[in-house]
Design a protein around this ligand. Sequence first.
Ligand code: ADP
Ligand code: MG
Length: 751
Amino acid sequence: MTGRLAEPLATTLGKRAAGPLAKMGLETVDDLLRHYPRRYGDPGRLTDMDRLQLGEHVTVMARVARATVRPMRSRGGALLQAVVTDGRHELGLTFFAKRAGALRPHEDKLRPGRSGLFTGVVSEYRGTRQLTHPDYILVGVDADDDEEAMVEASRPIPLYPATAAVPTWRIQRAVRTVLDPLTEDDVDDPVPDEVRARLGLPTRLDALRAVHVPDAAEHWQRGRRRLRFEEAFVLQAALAQRRARTAAEEATARPPRPAGLLDDFDAALPFALTDGQRRVGEQVAAELSEARPMQRLLQGEVGSGKTVVALRAMLQVVDAGGQAALLAPTEVLAAQHARTLRGMLGPLAEGGLLGGAAHGTRVALLTGSLGAGARKEALLQAASGEAGIVVGTHALLGDQVQFADLGLVVVDEQHRFGVEQRDALRAKGRVAPHLLVMTATPIPRTVAMTVFGDLETSTLTELPAGRAGITSHVVPAANPRWNERVWEKVREEVDAGRRAYVVCPRIHPDDDVDVPGSTGRGAQGSAEFDDVPEFLELADGEGSDRAPLRAVLEVADMLRSMPRLAGVEIGVLHGQLLPADKDAAMARFAAGEAPVLVSTTVIEVGVDVPEATVMVVFDADRFGISQLHQLRGRIGRGGHPGLCLLVSTAQPGTPAAARVEALAATTDGFELATLDLELRSEGDVLGAAQSGRSSSLRLLRVVKDADLIAEARAEATQVVEADPALGDHATLRDAIAAQLDAEQEEFLERA
Ligand code: ADP
Ligand code: MG
């Protein structure tokens, strides 16, 4: 971006007007023009002057009765007070300024006897109705006659995201000041002319005029659609370039080796693969056999068996002489994966040990909380290649972590990792490693295109046979009989040899939970995500005078003293425990020694204990839909039906109650994900899915603008295919670079 758009606002508007805008992050003309109206006021109807409601945005037709400028003794500065009338009623107009001179233009225009239209929000001062800093159009000044004044005044009024220091009308004026003099030559367009022509889109300047100075609702709608397309187009062009770049990269082919670890593993597998697992497995096996990096996203409902697919891919790579890294979002999950892998591999995971299989390998675990000795050992195994499989958390991304020959990176439960982290791991291979990303949150197609647009997608649609399913019920917290029944049910299941999770939103009863993430970040303060509940913002009226949220330690004590649970050992698990204690708690639960586990959301992602059949979630109304769905996916994983009891304090009819009820009504993750996306703002969706990106999308809605995104993707792919380096599309190239910078910045800020 060059020329007038790059100009600092201080130059165009003057330092005084630009200062407060800079505080809103608006530094250049371009920034200001991208500060789009949040919505539009409807000026169409004139308001009768005897019906002016306080706080209402009104437009009245009236005549100026008088106008005077005077200094303000108390505050300094000057004040213009005018009175307008329709012949029967009066309305005050008030303008403030630091200097009387600044009011002169208004004073010149607001001459007694002139009539026009006045627009603003009604307030009251000393018993008189007034408009402060109204917009106005005067007949004979801004418009030739009543009719023209009406046309001007019937423009939808852009209402901007504003602050107390910079009200929307001031932003509107600043926008007009910078926008009005611009010509087509000033405004470069990242959307190439031929694309614009083909789709019948307005120019960028037309679109900016339409959203900032619309003639009518259809006008700004058309402009906004075009700007949305632009955002989608730039993003998709960036993704297309990224895809093209990785496709051109070289990778080491890792074809299957007969009679290797993978064959042994398959032979020992206690169940048959589902059709989906077999189909995706073949796809992955074929891609690993090629000399260019696989870039695959594996989506699958909770419990669909993604881990086995990943494990088989890792073993193929190990058989071919490479190493695989498995990146998990929490320590609990990393430890579980390591345990599962070692368990499933048996003697195959004891390569080099006495009694291990001859062609076996080792599984190393690397997390932030390892002791120095264990850490050194794990690093050594990774660097020497002794460990064919290295499982870990973010600790795997560290500079000290080296691999002998990294052939495959698997990222589990992707929604917690960003592109940057994926890249950090990929950079550890001598050549680009293959990449498999797994996510349990079903992602609508266009979200996948937006967030994971550089990956090919496979989906596991069915659950392994023999799953008895999960039933969910909402339990009103205030109903004692229902609550009795909850613990009765837990007792029954425990007596039948099964396990129960009890989930609470916080650890200590005195934790301040209204700050998300305040419930602890792991014992070592590691940057992992254990125990950070995704609390939803409460809507107005929700949450006032509600009981405090339930806490793990308090609930565990309560259960221990409950006669109905006498003799049942109650375990606790949360992020403030030492890693060894976490492991021990998980192990005792899995083994049935402590068959009731009271925990935070640390068990949310991926934890697998097939005997767990009941889950009680306290304060279920405070969790997000996806999070509850993930939590619920921890039960009913074996042959016995799961029962999820959602204890809720939400008032019937509130959005919180609706969330919990929706969850109880279906186990279809796709349906829930779509609902969840509809309930969240777009920024949340993108923010939660991936770092960065949210900053560059202002208007685009990844769910609602599905068609637009698909269209933009098709067009962008064509443009990039024809001109991979975008040598002939300088504006698009710059727009992509600016977007990457913004994402990078956001990523660094978060890190
Ligand atoms: P997710 O897709 O949620 O990560 P997991 O990979 O953890 O699911 O698998 C869930 C459970 O299902 C595990 O206990 C796993 O061993 C089991 N499982 C996986 N595939 C099959 C299958 N084909 N038949 C039976 N059980 C399976
Ligand atoms: Mg999993």
